[in-house]
Ligand binder design. Sequence first.
Ligand code: CU
Length: 123
Amino acid sequence: MKKVFLGLLAAALVFSACSKKEEAKPVMDAKFAHAEIKLSTMQCKSCAKNITAAASSVAGVKEVKVDVKAKVAHVSFDDSAVQLAAIEKAISLAGYDANETKKDPTAYNDLDDCCKLPQDSNM
Ligand SMILES: [Cu+2]
């Protein structure tokens, strides 16, 4: 009987401790939209730099983070100022596929060999 009582007491203490915990505050900035852009043709860190520069140059884009391994760009942007399609376009004009937007062929030709697809590279 005593054990049951202690068990209940312990449970009550745990419960009260939990209920006092502060709720985690959301860290996302509500003002900005977030999107992932697939970069299926990117090859290396140099590509990441080119893509970051291209996407960052679009007005309304707040932050660009390119994940080289995953071949994805994480973009934060003000969606009242710019559409995702405009960001994709800027990346395509730098010579890379961005989601379904195909790379600009001229820009792609001007890329360093290391940034081209393995079948187009002369290295
Ligand atoms: Cu590259």
